[in-house]
Ligand binder design. Structure first.
Ligand code: UDP
Ligand code: MG
Length: 322
């Protein structure tokens, strides 16, 4: 028995979603490997190919020569968050770090995230992008996401969009158990992580290729966040509806009184006001219907119990089981 052997430090798993990133993967590996070796502890890199249509998968397959790398191939494009969840279902490490494949999240920041987690005993370490290198069109929606996320989760994190994050394995396992569709991982994690903090990290330009988040996807993501973590939209409609109804009643009373005081001629001239009120109501009804429809659509999706992701196969690292 060797009593004074140093305890082996906890293993770190990196989870990296990849969607059409063939131009970035080589450079990504070149930067990750020295960082991870420098930590002098066991690690693994789980790449999740989210249905890339370029040569990304082929490049990833080329990495499985190194024993630390595993590549998860999904059957199609499920979206960044679903891809990360697929990676989560396979990780073996005690600390799980997610990062983007486009090198906007510098791998050199990983040791600091891990150190913060271990020294502070945190369950989740988020990150704030210092000197963010994105266009205005990208930054404004994310300010909105941050505001909404803070309100909805009640957790005062300042940057929810940065995916360079560290999670303790317990949190990751609990997230994997949620068979929820259309989720927002950083917000989900705050449900399962008790001690949460964030550190500042650098942010870089995309190394190659272009962003996979057009405005349409950003709006969807925003709705995922609001609709899967709160019933705020329905409540707003409810309150708005009540306020509108009350206003309508007041308006009706005013019109009736004016009709009595000023006579029928005046009331006839008020017809257009009534039309205006009617249109406002009809508009509101349509809006409410659309919103209810959105929820019903989501219920439908849950009822179908389709898997959130399907793994085609797992390459390298001795297969898929932990
Ligand atoms: N990504 C993915 N599936 C998608 C879209 C994006 O796996 O449907 C990955 C992408 O390869 C990258 C990360 O998610 O590693 C962030 O995507 P991107 O850089 O396009 O987003 P942005 O930095 O513009 O927010
Ligand atoms: Mg990016």
């Amino acid at each position: 028995m060797n009593a004074d052997a140093a305890p082996v430090a906890a293993m770190i798993s990196l989870v990296i979603p990849v969607y059409n990133e063939e131009g970035n993967l080589k450079r990504l590996m070149e930067r990750i490997e020295p960082v991870m070796r420098g930590l002098k502890r066991p690690y693994e890199i789980v790449f999740v190919d989210d249905g890339s249509r370029d040569g990304s998968l082929r490049m990833l397959a080329g990495f499985i020569g190194s024993p630390e790398v595993r590549v998860v191939e999904l059957t199609r494009n499920y979206g960044q968050h679903a891809a990360i969840l697929a990676g989560f279902s396979l990780v073996r490490g005690e600390i799980v770090v997610t990062l983007d494949a486009d090198l906007q999240n510098p791998p050199e920041e990983i040791p600091r995230l891990v150190a913060t987690m271990e020294e502070g005993g945190f369950d989740v370490v988020g990150s704030i992008r210092r000197g963010r290198k994105d266009s205005f069109l990208r930054i404004i929606p994310s300010k909105l996401v941050n505001m909404v996320a803070r309100r909805i989760t009640g957790v005062q994190m300042s940057d929810w969009g940065c995916m360079l994050r560290a999670y303790r394995r317990t949190v990751v396992d609990r997230m994997s158990e949620c068979h929820e569709h259309a989720t927002f991982i950083p917000a989900l994690a705050t449900h399962f992580g008790k001690r949460v903090t964030e550190v500042e990290v650098a942010h870089e330009e995309r190394y190659g290729g272009k962003s996979n988040y057009p405005l349409r996807k950003l709006i969807n993501l925003q709705f995922d966040l609001v609709a899967s973590f709160s019933d705020l939209p329905i409540k707003l409609i409810m309150y708005g509806g009540v306020a509108m109804a009350a206003l309508g009643v007041c308006f009706g009373i005013v019109l009736a009184v004016a009709r009595l005081v000023y006579g029928a001629l005046w009331a006839a001239q008020g017809v257009f006001t009534l039309f205006a009120v009617l249109f406002a109501f009809v508009g509101l009804q349509f809006f409410a219907l659309g919103l209810i429809g959105e929820y019903i659509g989501r219920i439908y999706r849950e009822v179908r119990k389709r898997p959130e992701y399907v793994i085609e196969r797992v390459l390298g690292g001795g297969g898929g089981t932990r």
